[in-house]
Design a protein around this ligand. Structure first.
Ligand code: MG
Length: 250
C-alpha cells in the first residue's frame, strides 16, 4: 500500500529533505583530485549529525558507511574507503538523512576536475531524465508515466537503463512501496495521488545495461566497465507540479 502523508508529515519530510540535499551539496563540493571517498563520507556524516539528524544508510541492511560513493563504472552502493579520486573520474554520491521520524534520500553524479565530454554528457542526460520523468509526477498520472519518460530520455540519448534497481516510496521508512522502475509503459502502474512521497532515481549506463555485484557484497558496477551515473530526489505529489523535498536540487 502506498502511504499518503499528512501536511504535518510533509513538513517533517521537508526538514529531512533539506538536510539531505545540503549533505549532497557538501559532498559534491568535496569531489576533487586527491580526496579519498572516506573523507567525503566522514565530513558528510559529521554534517548530518550536526543538524540533529542520523545518516539513513549507516547500518541499513548492514551497509558499513553513511554515504554511498560509486566511482566511474560503479553504479550504486559503493563503500567509501582509502580510494583517492582522480582527475576525470565521475563520482556518484547517494545520501540519506533521518530526522523527526522521516527520511530524505537523494543522489547526484559529480565530475572530478575535468572529465571527458562523454562522461559529462552521461551526467547531464541522467539528471535530465529525472526531470523528464517528474513532468508526469502529478496527481492522476500513472506511476509508469514517470518510468517511461526517464527511459525515453536516457535511451534516446544512446545510454541504457539499469533494471535491477529502482526508485521507491520514502517516508518513515527509507524504502516504502511503490517500486519506481526507470523503464515502463505509459498508462501502467498505480495512480499517483497527492501526498505520495517518492524517490525517483535514474541509474544510467554509458554502455550496456548489464550489471555485476562486486565481492564486497555491496558495490554494483557495469558489466562492461563503462561509466554509470545516478541522479535522485525525494519528491511530493501535489495537485500541480511535484515538489522536490530534497531541495535545493542540483
Ligand atoms: Mg533511493
Amino acid at each position: 500500500m502506498i502511504i499518503l502523508k499528512s501536511s504535518h508529515e510533509i513538513d517533517l519530510m521537508r526538514r529531512a529533505g533539506k538536510i539531505t540535499a545540503a549533505a549532497r551539496a557538501l559532498a559534491g563540493e568535496m569531489v576533487r583530485p586527491g580526496v579519498t571517498t572516506q573523507s567525503i563520507n566522514d565530513e558528510v556524516e559529521r554534517f548530518i549529525r550536526k543538524q540533529g539528524a542520523v545518516p539513513s544508510f549507516l547500518h541499513y541492511n548492514g551497509f558499513p558507511a553513511s554515504v554511498c560513493i560509486s566511482v566511474n563504472d560503479e553504479i550504486i552502493h559503493g563503500i567509501p574507503g582509502k580510494r583517492a579520486l582522480h582527475e576525470g573520474d565521475i563520482v556518484s554520491i547517494d545520501v540519506g538523512a533521518y530526522i523527526g521520524g522521516f527520511h530524505g534520500d537523494c543522489a547526484a553524479t559529480f565530475p572530478c576536475g575535468r572529465v571527458s565530454p562523454e562522461a559529462q554528457r552521461l551526467i547531464d542526460v541522467t539528471r535530465q531524465s529525472f526531470f523528464e520523468g517528474i513532468r508526469y509526477a502529478r496527481q492522476g498520472q500513472r506511476l509508469q508515466d514517470i518510468s517511461a519518460a526517464v527511459q525515453a530520455c536516457a535511451e534516446g540519448n544512446g545510454f541504457s537503463i539499469v533494471r535491477e534497481y529502482v526508485g521507491h516510496g520514502v517516508g518513515s521508512k527509507m524504502h516504502e512501496p511503490p517500486e519506481i522502475p526507470n523503464y515502463g509503459r505509459p498508462g501502467h502502474g498505480p495512480r499517483l495521488l497527492r501526498g505520495m512521497t517518492l524517490a525517483v532515481e535514474p541509474m544510467v549506463n554509458a554502455g550496456a545495461a548489464s550489471i555485476v555485484q562486486m565481492d564486497d557484497g555491496w558495490t554494483v558496477r557495469t558489466a562492461d566497465g563503462k561509466m554509470a551515473a545516478h541522479y535522485e530526489n525525494t519528491i511530493l505529489i501535489t495537485d500541480g507540479e511535484p515538489e522536490i523535498l530534497t531541495a535545493p536540487a542540483i
